[in-house]
Design a protein around this ligand. Structure first.
Ligand code: FAD
Length: 380
């Protein structure tokens, strides 16, 4: 593994950093306060190829690798964590499984316009009673002729309120448990499909995260991704890539908070000195950058492994576990370095601290990452 970025990756990093500083950072506070979904920013990101980063051009993508994907999500999240996860869901949770499992017809309709960022996608696995144990999902789909009829409710769906299509995980044969789970593409506007309550959250408030409700909703068989009963495999393999995205989001949030704390420490005076002259503050900054460096390396290692075509489930879980808990540690210290001002909404580290927390929960909690890692360790 070569740790240097390629010329192409370096150029992308610079382009995305400039874009994030000029178009994303100025909106972050307002998005946090209003919860408004950033449609215009999404369109501008699409013009840079950020809605289909690692997809081939023939499928509407920008043809970068997954290391480039981690760079994009980090750079965007460094300025706005909501915008970071909106793009992560679009790339990893929506486009990627259609790229890997979709038919040519599905790719034309449900992938290309989404990879180009003309449309927004979401991934609907979780239900009110089934999160970590997603195999217990209860949304049912019964086959009638050439249509499935769906009934059930999905919860906590990022991009849900803004999405043009959802990948919905249903059970077509409940008696088979997880082997009955099937993935279906459902378009916005389909009769019997509506969005439910939008969640009021601790952080990442601009993600249109809501319930999706299906009542006798008819979906053509041609919208099925893979075969009946393959949905759980589609869902879990998709989360492997998604976890690298969330780990990148965590690194970006923490990087933003670190930079703010580093600057503040050199400006703030106490006892007649910049607080950066106190060893207690210096050591916090040293620990923060050490934590960040370790997390970024784990993220890039997992993405590199994905790019080689090898199984990377354990690497993705390690990267997500470490990076998400790192982001909580680093943003906690960033507030400490800001003292009382760190507790104020006037300073971005307060938002960084709230935004960081979700990375330990979604796409598998830290406990679930530890289960994934230990199950790989103890395989016989
Ligand atoms: C803001 C936000 C956005 C989200 N976006 C999406 C989305 O786009 N699509 C989607 O499908 N889902 C989404 N989710 C759902 C998310 O993935 C789940 O919330 C998460 O997987 C945890 O499930 P749960 O909330 O049901 O918690 P539970 O499963 O009820 O877990 C509660 C606690 O028990 C622990 N626990 C559970 N089982 C075990 C076990 N076997 N061993 C040890 N500890 C365990 C958990 O780690 C946790 O600490 C989102 C959630 C949030 C909050």
């Amino acid at each position: 593994m070569n740790l240097d970025l390629t010329e192409e990756q370096s150029l992308l990093q610079k382009t995305v950093r400039d874009f994030a500083e000029s178009e994303v950072r100025p909106l972050a506070k307002e998005l946090d306060e209003t919860g408004r979904f950033p449609h215009a920013t999404f369109k501008k990101a699409a013009e840079l190829g950020l809605t289909g980063i690692a997809l081939p051009e023939s499928e509407g993508g920008a043809n970068f690798d997954h290391i480039a994907y981690t760079i994009v999500i980090e750079e965007i999240s460094r300025c706005c964590a909501s915008t970071g996860v909106i793009l992560s869901v679009q790339n990893s949770l929506y486009c990627d499984p259609i790229h890997r499992y979709g038919t040519p017809e599905q790719k034309k309709k449900f992938l290309e316009p989404f990879a180009r960022g003309e449309k927004i996608g979401c991934y609907a696995l979780t239900e009110p009673q089934a999160g970590s144990n997603a195999a217990a999902l209860q949304t049912k789909a019964v086959l009638h002729g050439d249509k499935y009829v769906l009934n059930g409710t999905k919860a906590w769906i990022t991009n849900g309120g803004a999405a043009d299509a959802a990948i919905v995980y249903v059970n077509t044969h409940p008696e088979k448990g997880e082997k009955g789970i099937t993935a279906l593409l459902v378009e916005k506007g389909t009769a019997g499909f509506k969005t439910g309550k939008e969640e009021k959250k601790l952080g990442i408030s601009a993600t249109a995260c809501c319930e999706l409700i299906f009542t006798d909703c008819e979906v053509p068989v041609s919208n099925r991704i893979g075969n009946e009963g393959e949905g759980y495999k589609v869902a879990l393999s998709t989360l492997d890539g998604g976890r690298i995205g969330i780990a990148s989001q965590a690194v970006g949030i923490a990087q933003g908070a670190f930079e703010a704390a580093q600057k503040y420490a050199q400006e703030r005076l106490a006892f007649g000195h910049p607080i950066s002259q106190f060893q207690a503050i210096q050591f916090m900054l040293a620990d923060m950058v050490t934590d960040l460096d370790a997390a970024r390396l784990l993220v890039r290692k997992a993405a590199w492994k994905q790019d080689t075509g090898a199984r990377f489930s354990m690497d993705a879980a390690i990267a997500k576990l470490f990076s998400s808990e790192m982001a909580t540690r680093v943003t906690h210290k960033a507030i400490q370095i800001h003292g009382g001002n760190g507790y104020s909404r006037e300073y971005p580290v307060e938002r960084n601290y709230r935004d960081a927390r979700i990375t330990e929960i979604y796409e598998g909690t830290s406990e679930i990452q530890r289960l994934v890692i230990s199950s790989w360790l103890l395989r016989s």
